[in-house]
Design a protein around this ligand. Structure first.
Ligand code: GLN
Length: 456
């Protein structure tokens, strides 16, 4: 069968192709030479599948789409506190190049407008790094997000530097407030080099997918930044990524996003996919006209708004049944899917509301693909309370979703990899109780018998 997604992307591009409104950026003269008709779109899944249509391998400069990634690198290199001390996280509702800083502190309002984005690269790498090494750190970091080595378009870089009066004004203001401590000209030069990094829509799709995938590049497998950093970056993209169009974007599209004046646009949908579009004509905000139209369409067609999440909790208890033999009956609670707080609450309720005589209980995680921290703790607490109620609790956990389970005071869990081990215990062992198990007073390490070895 031929996949439906490339066909869908081709159809979406055809729908927006006729819109020739807007114009390529010309305040950077070299950008005005771009082919305004270029049009491409990419979907990149968090497991590394890339779907594309149109001009997905045409190179253009990343421009402001570098901002969230440079911010991620700064947070990763220096930690949150030093970065937040210099760059805020409040939406400014202003144009990207507004010459504005917070009145009292001189801090730029957020890292997505130029004032913030000129500051963040100075917070990458180690303090005191020379300007060339700092730029290299940023370009290598962007490359890790993309999964290939990226390079700079010198012509665009030179062209922007020749007209960088506004950004130099911003940098000088930042220097006067000691937000920047280095030479403003060198800082702007580094920032402009970062903006002149060449990418394709395919690269941007992978970079967005790396954010959607919690900071791990889906193809290279490299962890580029950690999950807390990604959460911070996506939050700032969601509130500030589209400048003075951020409110319209948040309500109508609802995907954390970032645009660039060369015509690129990315969106990262946590846990699902990265999206990238390329079309150089811009609207009054400096966002790609057809890129915005494509994202509006993708969001409504594919239900991608972050605030529109279907309930998953009702399906986490796949079955609650009695299994085994008459003389060895087992209460099996079979769970499934991705379990977070609401799903775990559903499990707690299911177990609390079931009155059952079976001594042996199996919590079967075979069909569960993910558990977050709170779900893990709640399932362990269910196990502990069942133990206190006199049950022998088995955890069927072939994928080690709960590694080294510690059921806490009074709890005891026998871990097995297959439900059959619970239903048909070895004749040597006491029914349903794995031998080799130790009393719960050694629960921190010892009370958990793992897998085959422990049975019989
Ligand atoms: N290099 C550009 C600038 O600073 C980036 C702006 C953008 O893409 N919005 O003006």
């Amino acid at each position: 069968m031929h996949s439906v997604i490339p066909d869908y992307l081709i159809e979406a591009l055809a729908d927006v192709a006729a819109d020739v409104s807007g114009a390529p950026a010309d305040y950077i003269p070299e950008l005005a030479t771009a082919d305004p008709d270029c049009l491409g779109a990419v979907f990149a899944t968090v497991d590394g599948t890339i779907y594309g249509a149109g001009d997905v391998d045409t190179e253009f400069t990343i421009q402001s789409i570098s901002k969230p990634f440079a911010y991620a690198l700064a947070l990763s290199d220096r930690g949150f506190r030093p970065v937040l001390a210099k760059v805020g996280v409040e939406p400014s509702g202003e144009a990207f190049n507004e010459i504005s800083l917070e009145h009292d502190t001189g801090r730029p309002r957020n890292p997505m407008i130029n004032a913030g984005a000129i500051t963040t690269p100075s917070l990458t790498g180690t303090p005191g790094l020379d300007p060339a090494a700092r730029v290299a750190r940023v370009i290598d970091g962007l490359s890790a997000f993309a999964g290939r080595q990226l390079s700079v378009d010198d012509a665009v870089c030179r062209s922007e530097m020749e007209h960088a009066y506004r950004n130099l004004a911003i940098a000088n203001m930042l220097r006067s407030h000691d937000i920047l401590t280095e030479d403003p000209h060198a800082v702007v030069d580094g920032y402009v080099r970062q903006c002149s990094v060449l990418v394709t829509a395919r690269d941007l799709g992978m970079m967005a997918a790396t954010l959607a995938n919690g900071g791990v590049n889906p193809l290279s497998g490299e962890r580029v930044v950690d999950e807390q950093v990604v959460r911070q970056v996506l939050s700032v993209m969601a509130t500030c990524g589209m400048y003075d169009a951020a409110g319209d974007w948040a309500t109508q599209v609802g995907i954390p996003a970032k645009s660039g004046v060369a015509g690129g646009l990315i969106g990262a949908l946590p846990g699902q996919l990265g999206i990238a579009t390329f079309s150089p004509r811009l609207d009054v905000h400096g966002n790609s006209v057809r890129g915005v139209a494509l994202f509006e369409r993708f969001s409504s067609d594919a239900g991608l708004h972050v605030m529109e999440v279907p309930p998953s909790a009702p399906s986490v208890v796949r079955s609650n049944r009695v299994d085994g033999t008459a003389s060895h009956s087992v209460r099996v609670i079979q769970l499934q899917g991705g379990i977070r707080f609401a799903g775990a609450e559903r499990i707690v309720r299911e177990v609390a509301e079931t009155v059952f005589p079976e001594t042996i209980v199996a919590l079967d995680l075979t069909m569960v693909y993910s558990l977050d921290d709170v779900a893990r703790r709640m399932i362990l607490e269910v196990a502990r309370r069942l133990t206190l109620d006199g049950h022998d609790v088995h955890l069927v956990d072939p994928e080690s979703l709960i590694p080294d389970p510690d059921p806490g005071e009074g709890g005891r869990i026998i871990v097995v990899t297959d439900l059959q081990e619970v239903l048909r215990p070895s004749p040597q062992g006491a029914p349903g109780v794995a031998s080799g198990e130790v009393p719960h007073d050694r629960a921190d390490v010892g009370s958990v018998a793992i897998g085959e070895e422990s049975v019989g």
